[in-house]
Design a protein around this ligand. Structure first.
Ligand SMILES: [Zn+2]
Length: 171
C-alpha cells in the first residue's frame, strides 16, 4: 500500500478505480439484508476493515461507523432498523486501541479544531472517550436495554487491536 498518493483535489483517481470495480461487479440485484445476521458499530478509523476482521463479505452485515465507534442515538436508530427490517440478530460494538477519540478532552479537541479551522469550534460537540472500557460497557448496556431491541439479539462489546488485528471481548 502506498502512502501520501492522495491528490490535493478532485475525484478522478477514484472514479477511474470505480470503472474497474464496476467492470468486474457481480453483486447486482442483491438484497440489502444482513445475510449473516450481523451488525457492527465501530470507529471511522481507516485502519479498521469491519468485514475483513470478522471474515465477512458484502451482503453479510450492516456496518455503522462514527468517531470512536460509539452507540449514539443515530447508531441505535440504525440498530433498531437492522434488527426489525434487515435480519440483524448479533450486534458487535467495536471501539479500538490507539483511537484519537480517547486522546483528547472535549475542550482540547475544540481548541485544536478551532485553531485548524480558523473559526470558533466551541459549539461543536464531540463524543470524546475518557474511559474506553467504561464507555464500551455503557454503550453495550444502551443496546441491550433498548426497548425496541429484543433480548433474543446477542450483543457483545469488543476492543479491536489495530496492531494485531485481534478482537478482545470485554462485555
Ligand atoms: Zn477511532
Amino acid at each position: 500500500m502506498s502512502e501520501n498518493t492522495t491528490p490535493a483535489l478532485g475525484f478522478d483517481d477514484l472514479l477511474a478505480a470505480n470503472d474497474a470495480f464496476a467492470a468486474k461487479f457481480t453483486l447486482g440485484g442483491f438484497d440489502g439484508i444482513a445475510h449473516r445476521g450481523v451488525a457492527v458499530v465501530t470507529c471511522m478509523d481507516s485502519r479498521i476493515d469491519p468485514l475483513g476482521m470478522l471474515g465477512l463479505s458484502p451482503g453479510d452485515a450492516k456496518i455503522f461507523r462514527n468517531p470512536g465507534g460509539r452507540v449514539t442515538a443515530a447508531a441505535l436508530e440504525a440498530l433498531v432498523l437492522g434488527v426489525h427490517l434487515l435480519n440483524v440478530q448479533r450486534i458487535l460494538v467495536v471501539p479500538h486501541t490507539s483511537c484519537a477519540m480517547t486522546k483528547y478532552t472535549e475542550t482540547e479537541l475544540r481548541e485544536i479544531i478551532g485553531e485548524k479551522a480558523g473559526s470558533d469550534a466551541s459549539w461543536q460537540g464531540f463524543h470524546v472517550i475518557n474511559d474506553q472500557e467504561a464507555a464500551l460497557k455503557a454503550d453495550v448496556a444502551a443496546v441491550r436495554s433498548h426497548p425496541l431491541i429484543p433480548d433474543t439479539v446477542a450483543v457483545g462489546g469488543f476492543i479491536y487491536d489495530v496492531d494485531s488485528g485481534k478482537l478482545d471481548r470485554r462485555v
